[in-house]
Every structure is written in structure tokens, then in C-alpha cells.
Design a protein around this ligand. Sequence first.
Ligand code: PLP
Length: 401
Amino acid sequence: MIERNKCIANIKAGYLFPEIAKRRREYAAAHPGAKIISLGVGNTTEPILPHINAGLVEGARQLATAEGYSGYQDEGLLALREKISGVFYKNAFGPEEVFISDGAKCDIGRLQLLFGAGTPVAVQDPSYPVYVDGSVLIGAAGGWAGTGYQGITYLPCTAENNYFPDLEKLPSNSLFYFCSPNNPTGAVADRQQLEALVKAAVRKGVLIIFDAAYAEYIRDPALPKTIYEIEGAKTCAIEVNSFSKPAGFTGVRLGWTVVPKELKYAGGESVNADWARIAGTIFNGASNIAQAGGLAALDAEGLKEIRQLCDFYLGNAKLIRETLQNLGVSCVGGGNSPYIWARFPGRDSWDVFAEILDKCQVVTTPGSGFGPAGQSFVRFSAFGHRPDVEEACARLSRLNR
Ligand code: PLP
């Protein structure tokens, strides 16, 4: 029989979210009739707003017309690439530097093909699990202490360092995944921190994959929304982004990746040219209907709806954060991101998860699932219907008993 890809055996048993879903099912089976509320996964819950939705509908309608029909668009519709550059990057990029994807997660997985199996990888600890698992799948021996794997450097981001890693520990010539606003901590790197990051990356020959999937949740005007606000970033950073969380496109599937022309490998070859090659080779582009929706999302009316939707989830985040703080739980995030990172000193994350599920019938995400520095934390997600979030907050007071 054919052999299994050995890398698959190296990924940690059970991806975090299926494990949470399993525990939720087990609890529901043991407690029939319990109304479980999820503040766990980062899946959006609110309907797509009317103007953006009309863009999707119009995109579908056009496909049925001779003038409006379109087929493969490997790197994405030109109009959308230009619009993204204009709206998010002050036209700092040509359309050939903006690649439309079927979502940030998909591109995070594909980007690894650019660098190959032996590339050293570094991540913020805690971090979005796809950075580690995706790296392990492509052959970077990975995993964290306790699982026996080595090869991925975990840079702790804790209350002690204000959720920003010690850049002295960043390995030279590595790929560094950096997410801001951060999933799971909700922390947002400020300008000074990002300047230090870019400086360190340039000095050490590091390529940053900057995940800005939650940038539209930033409300503090002093906080950078993209790594390219920082001078020098075009020579050391790729940015991935998404319509999922700002426009409710988690199921529609649309994102983008910026690969600047200035970005070069050690040998001087163009990373941008290779990414275009990969996009044309194993990816045939995002849905044209989704892209029509993306175009509507980025005109004046669509941008208003994006703000409205993000404000709604930020309203949920505020309720959750205030509830936790009133209970004496210390937490970060929620002000410029849809996640609240709550600390339960001395406790195991899965035990806290189980206690909250048992006493409140509320599903959270255990912090240890995002990396060793997540131990003793749980993540609360602000993606939920308002009445559910209000009820979950009321039930959280049972934690005091
Ligand atoms: N990046 C981060 C940090 C995320 O939290 C998520 C989804 O939760 C994604 C990327 C995935 O985005 P997409 O839906 O565009 O694949």
C-alpha cells in the first residue's frame, strides 16, 4: 500500500476546534436540554449587510449574461486588486502585487510552498494554530515542548512583555508569522513595536508573514492597520488579509495577499514572481461572485457596512470584557479586536474551559491550544448574536459561586 506523508503524523493530535466541538457534543449528550452558547470559535454569526449582499447577487446575475460572464481570473479581478491597494494601502502597490485569494487561511497554507521544508519558522506564542500546523505539514518539524517535536521557535507573548515578543530571540533567516490584532490575545502591536519588528527582520534576514485579518476592528487611530505603514516593510514582509471578519465572508471565502516586488530571496530572486507562478499553478482564483461582493464591500456604502458590522461585534466584546472584569478576571483585548484573552492564574486552560461549560453552558477556547504561553488563559470570542452574548454574560456570574 502507499505510504502516508510522514509530516501528517507530526501534527499535534486533533486540531483545537474539532476537539472543542467534541467536548461540546459530549456535554450536550450528557445534559439534554441544556442551551449551550458558543463564545468559542471565531465564526461570524450576523447576516451580510444589504449593499455588500447586493454586490454578491449582482455578481451572480452577471454570470448569466453574455457581457457580464467571466471565467478564470487567476490573481483576481483587476478592479478588485486596484481597489484593495487604494482602500487599504493608499495605492502603494500595483495590482500585480495584490493577489486575491479564497481566504487568508488558504493562502497561509499555500505560502509555505515558497520556502520549502527546511525553513526555520518562528511564531508568536500563543498563535493562530494554522501557522504551526501548516508549517509541520510542509515538513518543518514542529510542535512545542512536551510533544517532543522541535524546529519551530515559540516567542512568548505574555502580560510580562506586553504581548510583544523578545525580538532578540527571533532566529536569523526564518519565516516569522506575526498577527495583529492578535488571535487569540486580542493585543494590537503599536507603531513603535512594529518599527522594531521590521528593523529586526531586516537585520536578521527574516521574512514576516503579517496576518492582518482583524485590522478593520482597530478603532484607536494611533495603531497601524497594516505592516506597510512601517518604513522598510516592503523588503521584508508579506501581508495576508481577509473579508471574512470585516464583511461576514467566512462562508463566502475571499481574501488577499500582498507580495511586494521589493521582496527578494537570499539569492536575489523575486518572491512576487514565484507567488504569481504558484497562484497560476495550483490555485485557479477566488469565486467571481465573491469578488463582486468584495468590490461592493470596498465602495463608500460597503465600507460603512464593514464599520457597522465590526462595531456590532466590538459591542459584544465590550459586554464580555466588562462582565469578566466585574468578576475580577484580568483580561486583555476586545477594544480593537473581537477576542478577549482572560487569565485564570495557576489553573489549567482545559479545566477552566470545562468549568465554564459546566457552570454556565458557555463554550470558550482553552488558551493552551494556541501554544504553551496560553496556559491558564481562555479566549472569549465576540462573534455571536447579541441576545446570546447577553445571556452568556449573565451566566458567567455563576463563576463566582
Ligand atoms: N487569520 C487569522 C488570525 C484568523 O483568526 C482567521 C480565522 O479565524 C484567518 C486568518 C482565516 O481567515 P479566512 O476566513 O480568510 O481564511
